[in-house]
Design a protein around this ligand. Sequence first.
Ligand code: B12
Length: 215
Amino acid sequence: MSKEILEQLKTSLLELDMEATLKAANSAVKGEGTTTAQDAVNAVSDALQVVGKRFQTGEWFLSELVYAGEIATEVMKLLSPLMKADSSKSLGTVVVGTVAGDIHDLGKNIFINYARSAGFNVIDLGVDVPVPKFVNAVKEHKPLALGISCLLTSTDKEIGRVIEELKRQKIRGSVKVIIGGAALTEGFARSAGVDAFVPDAVTGTDIVRKWSASQ
Ligand code: B12
């Protein structure tokens, strides 16, 4: 996969050209050139940052935001096989979901890919996950970590609610909580009482790997 393919991936997505974007992603999957799946994921993420800005400034409308999201979803389906590696021994279980009221899942799915390829058993609760579903999954699967994704500032309070419910049910001490997503910051993470906030999926995987090693 060459730099040109990554540029093609980015510009095609920003031109909302599904066919050309998938063609560029296909070349990436076929391993033409030297760059990695992470480079391709970064190219998609960069393009989506621009999509977000265009939406924010009113240059693009909801229909364009939705279609860019659909293209990115298809691209991630093609890229995810590249992020998977064989691992015979599980490093532990990680439960992951996107908070209630939020249906963004691209970032969550990238983290899941990386965590699985690192050797974790990942239980994916999906999107729009209500507090009881997070808490029941912790009770049922007894994971090493609970990963929560949140892209909307209107739904970030859900994270504090999950923490409160884990405390109320006296299981907060049994699980580490890691959060990620565009709406979140380090300061928010501290006030919500989680164990870690990460800006990207690779850092997130490194942190759960460290938690697993120090068990
Ligand atoms: C694509 C997109 C959509 C798609 C989502 C498709 C999908 N399947 O996910 C669709 C069209 C559905 C959508 C809908 C909406 N969206 Co939207 N969307 C985006 C956009 C452009 C990209 C998000 C994305 O996927 N980025 C790429 C991924 C890879 O990045 P990421 O999610 O941050 O994930 C990385 C890290 O954060 C981390 N990570 C993420 N989660 C987790 C979890 C764990 C456990 C870990 C360890 C790590 C981790 O790892 C990832 C990889 O490194 C953003 C713009 C932006 N700048 O983020 C707006 C954005 C998030 N959306 C926004 C809005 C307003 C909406 C809508 C409300 C629009 C509307 N009026 O209807 C709806 C909300 C629907 C809902 N109820 O959820 C706003 C939010 C503003 C705010 N501050 O709250 C943004 C910021 C756009 C903007 N600038 O205005 N959206």
